[in-house]
Design a binder for this molecule. Structure first.
Ligand code: HEC
Length: 392
């Protein structure tokens, strides 16, 4: 479905996308018969080749594009597209949305950490993330349901980290959601714990809906998807928020159409969740496993886990010879998987002071001259993915 993207392929596509964008900008679909003439178009930034989220094919526009169409209609404005083919990361947002090429970008992670305050968000319209995929009727209800099973996990993903320390679960490492689905299909795995949107789309388009797919919930496993705007667009954002509630049932139907799993997410309580406060619109939120096309386009990682990947690299390069590779360390005193257990809400502060100042008398060097705050952030993101709740 989604071939792995090499940087070369992506930039070649980007050049083509530039041409497409020009062509597409001319195609402004008529919307509301009323004021469509005067109303400025609702300009949507989207990737032309990123199903199930978006595509420039009119017969299969994708989840985000159809949400955009419904929104434009509700706003009484025609829709226009700015197709931009790339990793859907901060750079894309900077070029397109903040570069004023479009008014809105659907499916950004609703988090201040994501380019705030330059980017502002609508209310949450869906949940997205990793999902558990299994034959119908065999869905594991949580981490204990995975005991004794062979579980396909994507390399360097949150699920892989989450299951790393469980000897009672056999991991089958795969490089992509596609490969995870194949492992299931070929009987090499009993369950796949992989990127939900792609799993759902493949299930629908290549596997005859044979599998049951459940969104998961927990640190780094899922997050809220919203519509992003440049910070100067508060008025448009408020109007979008005003019409979003009436679109929730349409959004739910679209989720089904594109194979995005619905239903209550499976909670992984082994992982502390600290980022889910104060977001969402409550009951109206469609619980779909999917939604944000991330830096890696649905391969391995979510927005937070991209940073975690970079942090892991720094960690393993610099910190691991004292704290253990991947922070796996049997000596409790320097076992950084216990930071949350040890400090709870103070965890971040403790981390920050300790890495900046060190504890020179105790053998922990100071690192503030060595790394930037962004790098410390990414190390912290990585450490968040390995926190253990256990006391032993
Ligand atoms: C030369 C060995 C060494 C290296 C390299 C090292 N540390 Fe440490 N670190 C320690 C020791 C020893 C302690 C425990 C100090 C104490 O007893 O209070 C520690 C403590 C910590 C703590 C506090 C743990 C707690 O529970 O209070 C954090 C956080 C930490 N290190 C992060 C890092 C990071 C991040 C790196 C890499 C950038 C790193 N360390 C590299 C030796 C090291």
């Amino acid at each position: 479905m989604r071939p792995n993207h090499s940087g070369i392929g992506a930039s070649r596509h980007r050049a083509i996308a530039g041409l497409l964008a020009c062509a597409a900008a001319a195609l402004i679909a008529p919307a509301s018969p009323l004021h469509a003439d005067e109303a400025p178009p609702f300009r949507l930034c989207a990737d032309p080749t990123n199903l199930p989220f978006s595509s420039d094919s009119p017969s299969k526009p994708g989840f985000y594009v159809e949400i955009g169409q419904a929104l434009a209609q509700a706003l009484g404005r025609p829709i226009a597209y700015d197709w931009y083919k790339s990793y859907f990361g901060k750079r894309t947002v900077r070029v397109t949305l903040l570069g004023k090429q479009c008014d809105a970008m659907i499916g950004l992670p609703r988090s201040e950490d994501f380019m705030g305050p330059a980017v502002i968000f609508s209310n949450t319209f869906a949940k997205e993330g990793y999902a558990l995929v299994a034959a119908k009727g065999q869905a594991p209800g949580g981490i204990d349901g995975l005991k004794g099973k062979r579980v396909a996990v994507q390399f360097a993903s949150t699920p892989q980290n989450l299951l790393a320390s469980r000897d009672d679960i056999q991991k089958v490492t795969v490089l992509s959601p596609e490969e995870g689905m194949q492992a299931l299909d070929q009987g090499r795995a009993d369950v796949a714990f992989i990127w939900g949107p792609v799993a759902g789309w493949l299930n629908k388009t290549s596997y005859n809906d044979r599998y049951q797919i459940a969104l998961t919930e927990g640190e780094g496993l899922s997050w809220d998807a919203a519509i992003g705007f440049a910070k100067t667009s508060t008025e448009l954002r408020d109007r979008v928020d005003a019409v979003l509630p009436q679109l929730q049932s349409t959004i739910g139907e679209l989720a089904v159409k594109y194979g995005l799993p619905s239903g209550a997410p499976v909670r992984f309580d082994g992982m502390a969740v600290e980022t889910t406060t104060g977001t969402g619109t409550g009951a109206g939120v469609a619980q779909v496993a999917n939604v944000v096309a991330t830096e890696t386009k649905g391969d391995a990682t979510a927005p937070g886990t991209e940073a975690a990947g970079a942090g892991k690299e720094i960690f393993n390069g610099t910190c691991a010879h004292c704290h253990g590779p991947d922070a796996i360390q049997s000596e409790r005193k320097i076992d950084l998987r216990l930071l949350r257990h040890r400090y709870g809400d103070e965890m971040r502060d403790k981390f920050w002071t300790t890495v900046h100042e060190g504890r020179p008398t105790k053998g922990m060097p100071a690192w503030k001259e060595v790394f930037t705050d962004d790098q410390f952030d990414s190390i912290y993101s990585f450490l968040l993915t390995v926190q253990s709740e256990s006391n032993d």
